[in-house]
Ligand binder design. Structure first.
Ligand SMILES: [Zn+2]
Length: 285
């Protein structure tokens, strides 16, 4: 097991942990994996309430990705806060692929959403201030080798960012309430968290990222400085604007939260009809 985060957040709840493990996912045998491959998103260990919450988060993830694809351009702050201009095609490709996952009959990739992490995954969920999710970023052995996103207890905690679902755009009151939030850190939703996580999956990331030459893995990494992940993603962009040749941090295109941050901000720009410039408390820690 190897954590890829360059530094673990200590001041805020970590959005996720990135798990790279050569061990099989607990409780998943090749036989059970085979029987599940016809379904895009297989829920494991979820009670009815968790299934409903995770299902809505998947729908919101696809919605964020669809609008991220449609709205992204190099003159929009929702894109520019997170990515360089030359990363537009990569971002749009990622959003296109992720948005297709709301159609279970024709999804371009498969994975497991596990609501009951145990053992080492549960330990990772609880490390430091805790994480919302843990994702297995190892390369699948074949198409039947589904990798897991474990949703941690915090994901279902009603006192965290993930309590929020995206407002319905035809519900003017709900949309206004969401758009009027004063603190930008309240904009992330459970769908935002899943969008972040899904870019860690090799089966997804290989559609828009080259493999790391050393590990042969494609999944994104986590750039974390101890602040809110969405602010760290903005900081990462500033870092590369100032020093494009640094190699001690991932480029924005390899950072999971950059994708989630841009998709959420582009969605908010579109439906709240406002730019978040300067980012509200954009770089505070
Ligand atoms: Zn992550």
């Amino acid at each position: 097991m190897k954590m890829l985060s360059r530094s673990l957040p200590v001041l805020a709840i970590a959005l996720s942990c990135l798990l790279r493990s050569t061990e099989a996912a607990p409780g998943l045998t090749p036989g059970s994996a085979r029987s599940l491959t016809k379904r895009a998103n297989t829920f494991v260990g979820c009670d009815d309430g968790q299934r409903k919450k995770a299902g809505q988060a998947l729908a919101d993830m696809a919605n964020l990705a669809m609008w991220g694809y449609t709205e992204a351009s190099t003159d929009k702050y929702g894109f520019k806060h997170y990515f360089r201009d030359d990363e537009l095609d990569k971002f749009k490709k990622a959003m296109s692929i992720i948005s297709q996952n709301n159609d279970p009959t024709n999804a371009p990739f498969n994975f497991i959403l596990n609501c009951t992490p145990t053992g080492k995954e549960l330990d990772l969920c609880k490390e430091k201030k805790g994480s919302y999710a843990i994702t297995d970023a190892t390369v699948p052995k074949n198409d039947q080798d589904l990798k897991s996103i474990w949703l941690c207890p915090l994901f279902f905690d009603k006192g965290t960012d993930t309590k929020n679902d995206l407002p319905k755009t035809d519900d003017a009151d709900a949309l206004k309430k969401w758009c009027d939030q004063k603190d930008y850190t309240l904009f992330p939703t459970a769908g935002h968290v899943l969008l972040h996580e899904i870019t860690h999956l090799d089966a997804v990331a290989k559609r828009f990222l080259d493999a790391d030459p050393k590990t042969k893995e494609h999944g994104t990494e986590d750039f974390a400085q101890g602040s809110r992940p969405i602010y760290d993603a903005r900081r990462l962009k500033v870092l590369f604007d100032n020093e494009p040749n640094r190699e001690d941090y991932p480029q924005p295109g390899f950072n999971a939260e950059s994708y989630a941050g841009a998709a959420t901000e582009l969605w908010a720009q579109k439906f709240c009809k406002k730019d978040f410039i300067p980012p509200k408390n954009g770089y505070e820690t």
